[in-house]
Write a protein that binds this ligand. Structure first.
Ligand SMILES: [Zn+2]
Length: 324
């Protein structure tokens, strides 16, 4: 049985697993965190050790696929710039791993990898025009057009998070430095900022009381938990954020004309509170024609497996189509 090794390189840890041609994970997952300060050397060492662990008992491994944060030049196998790692610039990661293991290796941006996973075994099976949107502490997107990933001329296609949805806004600063970007207004990070706005305007006293007066304690995760426990202001904040999620989705519908938008990322855990609002806003704001054919649904993959599965799909895409 031929296997592919899928490697998911996250911000804090590296995880990998062997995947067969049917998209099933075979055997145990392996994971590691870089030791000490996160530098190019410690991060690459952690990737190699994790891969070596996973390959120890495996034979018939056809190749390695790696999902990597940040800008990736898939064709050259280069990780251009992953956020959060010191001294990392243009690292030929595929070649490094190939030399170390003797196996053909491909790398791809982590959001595109997740989209490959959705197309292969997730919510987008059989759908060739779709957009995968990851709603986490930031917002990333990957675009499938006519069955293929769209990467753009310099690998940065799909940066929907940095489109302006609130020109003139001075409250929500994006990590890129600009104001009014979709990511700044609709990601998990925006929840805490929005809660502070509610408190500053006097409408959020009940939320502050709920936090025992500890304003610093109010993070995105805390708000999601408070909403889960039924706090009406936390629910209102999530719904307000849902409207902003919907504005960005309307833009995607207008420009990409997708059959499907698949939503993933940490915000999905509270989707039961905000998804309906986001959906209604998207359909109201988008043009009627593309809106009539666009479905919006959450990811169907186990969040712990999606990155590994998608990275393995990179391998099968290169050396022969998987069983569909
Ligand atoms: Zn931005």
């Amino acid at each position: 049985m031929q296997l592919a090794l899928g490697v998911d390189c996250g911000g804090t840890r590296i995880r990998c697993g062997l995947v067969n041609r049917d998209g099933e994970i075979v055997g145990a997952l392996h994971q590691r965190e870089p030791r000490g300060e996160k530098t190019r050397a410690t991060y690459v060492r952690a990737i190699i050790t994790t891969i070596t662990d996973a390959l120890r008992d495996a034979n018939q491994v056809a190749g390695i696929g790696i999902g990597m944060k940040g800008l990736v030049d898939h064709a050259r196998g280069v990780s251009i710039y992953p956020p959060g790692i010191a001294d990392w610039q243009n690292v030929p990661l595929a070649e490094l791993i190939r030399r170390e293991t003797g196996l053909p290796t491909w790398i791809e941006n982590d959001v595109r990898v997740a989209a490959l996973g959705e197309h292969w075994r997730g919510a987008a099976q059989g759908v060739d025009d779709f957009v995968f949107v990851i709603l986490g502490t930031g917002i990333g997107a990957a675009i499938f057009r006519e069955g293929k990933l769209a990467r753009g001329i310099s690998s940065s296609a799909g940066e929907w998070g940095h489109t302006i949805i609130a020109f003139g806004d001075q409250n929500f600063r994006c990590d890129c430095g600009q104001f009014g970007h979709w990511e700044a207004l609709a990601s998990g990070k925006s929840l805490a900022r929005r809660a502070q706005q509610w408190i500053e305007s006097g409408r959020g006293q009940a939320l502050l009381d709920y936090a025992g007066g500890a304003r610093d304690q109010i993070t995105g995760q805390w708000i999601a938990n408070a909403a889960w426990q039924g706090n009406p202001i936390a629910i209102e904040i999530l719904r307000e954020t849902g409207t902003y999620i919907g504005i960005g989705l309307a833009n995607i519908i207008n420009v990409e004309n997708p059959a499907l938008i698949v939503l993933g990322g940490g915000m999905i855990e509270s989707a039961n509170v905000w998804l309906e609002t986001a959906h209604a806003a998207a359909l109201k704001l988008a043009m009627k024609h593309p809106a009539s054919s666009a479905r919006i649904i959450p990811s169907a993959l186990n969040a712990n497996h999606a990155g590994i599965l998608g990275a393995a799909a990179c391998v099968w895409d290169q050396i022969g189509k998987p069983n569909q």
